[in-house]
Design a protein. Sequence first.
Length: 160
Amino acid sequence: MKLIDEKGKVFGLVNIIDLIILLLIVLVGAGAAYKYTHKSAQGEIRTVEFQVMVPCVRPELAAAVKVGDKMVKDAIYTPVAVKSVDIKPGLSVNLNAQGNKVISYDPYMKDVFVVNEGKVNISSATITMGGQEIRIGKDYYVKSRDYELKGTIMGITIKD
């Protein structure tokens, strides 16, 4: 008995194309079942807190950031909210009379330190919250319904 006959059927029972399609459907179903039932594939819901430093902001913009503000992505609120806000005098680097660089405080501009917090499913090597990747040193847009400020992530804490 031939494996595939002249009509293209395997063992005279099933067409080879139908068999391939059936195998693909079974493989996709098995992959989906694994993804949604395997514990490590699902990850775990954790609370993530991260600090963002927004340098050199006008005082009226710094005052707009309030505790409890929800972050926005594409006109939709995300599960990330402002936990605390700390406004400090803005640091700047200037040259002194000898031409050396010195750190001084800007009499007008402010540095804003925002701590954001949210719950996220951690299931891969990156943490993404509110549509933005959370990683120390990466730019982060502190963006609510009323303001948008660009800062840098300074620290991350993953809570149990």
